[in-house]
Design a protein around this ligand. Structure first.
Ligand code: NAD
Ligand code: MG
Length: 385
C-alpha cells in the first residue's frame, strides 16, 4: 500500500478542518502546516497536538497573538494570503483546502503550481475559478480529489467506468431545513431556523447555503468543472435522508450510486488515502435501519439561488464568480442580522443581472469581480462594508 503523504491543512479550525484532523489522528498522518482565519486559541491547541512546521493565521490582525502563543515552540508563524500560499506550496505534500469562500482560490492555485495534489473541500475555488484551476491541474499534472460528499460520490461512481463516459450525473440534495416550504413561508424564517440543518453539522456559511439551496447551485457548478459535464447533463434530485450521496447514469441505463452514513470523515479520508480504503471512525451504514429512501425534484421557483447558479454556469465567464461573491456577502449580512432570508436570493439574482460580465476573466478580473459583487450587495441594502 502506498504511503500516505504529509498534508498541509488550510482551514484547520473549521468543520471540515477539525474532521480532517480526526482522520489524521486515526491514521497518524503527518501534518506539515495548519491554518485559521482568526481563531488563535484553537489553532494553538491544534499546533501543540500535531506539531506542524508552520501555522498560518490568515487575518494579519491576529499575527502578534499567534506568534506569542507559540513563542516557546519551534513552529514558524506565517500570516495573510502570502502565508497561506506559501504553506499550500510546501514541497511533496498533499494540500487539503478546507477554507470557506473565495479566499481559498489563490492558495489552491499556489498548491497546484507547486505540483501538489489537492484534496478540495473549498468548492468556491471551483465555482469562481473553475477554468483557471482545471487548466492549471492539467498543466502541472496534479490530482484534484474532491472532499464535498456529492463529488466524492460521483468520483467513486466513476472509478470503475474505464473509458465509458457517464450519460448523466445525478447530484443529490438533502433539501435543507426548509424543504417543501413556499416563498411566503420563507419570508419570516429566522437565522436560528436556517442554521438548523436536518442531516449535517457544518460551518455557518454552508449551512445557510444549504437552507437557500445555493449550496446545491455551487455544487452544480463544481460538478461541471470536476467532471467535465455540460450543465444539461446534471440532474439534481432531493434525497431527504442524505444516504445516497450522488450517482451516475451510463448509456445503457445502469445507474451507479454511492451510499454511506452522513459523516464527512468518509469523503475526507478517501481524498487523503486515495486510492486506498482504510478503516474510518464514521458509523457504518445500516440500510435496514434507514428503512426508506425518498426522492423529489427541487423547487427552483422557491429556491431562486439554485436557479441563479445554474443560469450563471450556462452563461459562463465571470458569472459564477458574481453569484458566488454576491452570495458570500449576502450570507454574511444575513448572519449579522442585517437582511432577511429571502434577501439572499434577491441579492444573488440582481447581482447576476447587474454586475459587469466578462467572458474570459483572468485571475485579476475574478478578484475585481469579487469586489464589485460584494460592493453591489452592500449598496443594494444601503449598508457599507
Ligand atoms: P467553517 O466556517 O467551519 O471553517 C472555515 C475555515 O476556514 C476555518 O478554519 C476558518 O478559520 C478559515 N477561514 C475562514 N475565512 C477565511 C479567510 N478569509 N482566509 C483564510 N481562512 C479562512 O467552514 P466548513 O463548514 O468547514 O467549510 C469549509 C469548506 O468546505 C467550504 O467551502 C464548504 O462549502 C466546504 N464543505 C463543507 C462541508 C461541511 O460538512 N462542513 C461539506 C462539504 C463541503
Ligand atoms: Mg456537499
Amino acid at each position: 500500500m502506498e504511503k500516505i503523504t504529509e498534508i498541509v491543512l488550510l482551514g484547520s479550525t473549521g468543520s471540515i478542518g477539525t474532521q480532517t484532523l480526526d482522520v489524521c489522528r486515526t491514521h497518524k498522518i503527518k501534518v506539515k502546516a495548519l491554518s485559521a482565519n482568526s481563531d488563535t486559541e484553537l489553532l494553538e491547541k491544534q499546533a501543540r497536538e500535531f506539531n506542524p512546521e508552520y501555522v498560518v493565521i490568515a487575518n494579519e490582525n491576529y499575527y502578534g497573538d499567534m506568534k506569542a502563543r507559540l513563542s516557546d515552540t519551534s513552529i514558524k508563524v506565517l500570516s495573510g494570503e502570502k502565508g497561506l500560499c506559501g504553506a499550500a506550496a510546501l514541497p511533496k505534500c498533499k494540500t487539503v483546502n478546507a477554507i470557506v469562500g473565495m479566499a481559498g482560490l489563490v492558495p489552491t492555485l499556489s498548491a497546484i503550481k507547486a505540483g501538489n495534489d489537492i484534496a478540495l473541500a473549498n468548492k468556491e475555488t471551483l465555482v469562481t475559478g473553475g477554468k483557471l484551476v482545471t487548466d492549471a491541474v492539467k498543466r502541472y499534472g496534479v490530482q484534484l480529489l474532491p472532499i464535498d460528499s456529492e463529488h466524492s460520490a460521483i468520483f467513486q461512481c466513476l472509478m470503475g467506468a474505464g473509458e465509458n463516459r457517464f450519460s448523466k450525473i445525478i447530484l443529490t440534495a438533502s433539501g435543507g431545513p426548509f424543504f417543501g416550504k413556499k416563498r411566503a413561508e420563507l419570508a419570516s424564517v429566522t437565522k436560528e431556523q436556517a442554521l438548523n440543518h436536518p442531516n449535517w453539522d457544518m460551518g455557518a456559511k454552508i449551512t445557510i447555503d444549504s437552507a437557500t439551496l445555493m449550496n446545491k447551485g455551487l455544487e452544480f457548478i463544481e460538478a461541471v468543472w470536476l467532471f467535465g459535464a455540460k450543465p444539461e447533463e446534471i440532474e439534481i434530485v432531493v434525497q431527504r435522508q442524505s444516504i445516497i450521496h450522488s450517482a451516475v447514469e451510463f448509456a445503457d441505463g445502469a445507474v451507479i450510486a454511492q451510499m454511506g452514513s452522513a459523516d464527512m470523515r468518509i469523503p475526507i479520508q478517501f481524498a487523503l488515502t486515495y486510492p486506498n480504503r482504510l478503516e474510518c471512525p464514521a458509523k457504518k451504514l445500516s440500510l435496514a435501519d434507514v428503512k426508506e429512501l425518498t426522492f423529489n425534484k427541487p423547487d427552483e421557483e422557491t429556491f431562486e439561488c439554485l436557479a441563479a447558479a445554474k443560469k450563471a454556469i450556462t452563461r459562463g465567464g465571470n458569472a459564477p464568480c458574481i453569484v458566488n461573491c454576491a452570495n458570500e456577502a449576502a450570507v454574511r449580512l444575513f448572519l449579522n442580522d442585517k437582511i432577511r432570508f429571502l434577501d439572499i436570493g434577491d441579492a444573488v439574482n440582481s447581482a447576476l443581472a447587474d454586475v459587469k460580465f466578462i467572458q474570459t476573466p483572468t485571475l485579476y478580473d475574478l478578484l475585481d469581480t469579487k469586489k464589485a459583487a460584494e460592493e453591489y450587495v452592500y449598496k443594494k441594502f444601503g449598508l457599507s462594508e
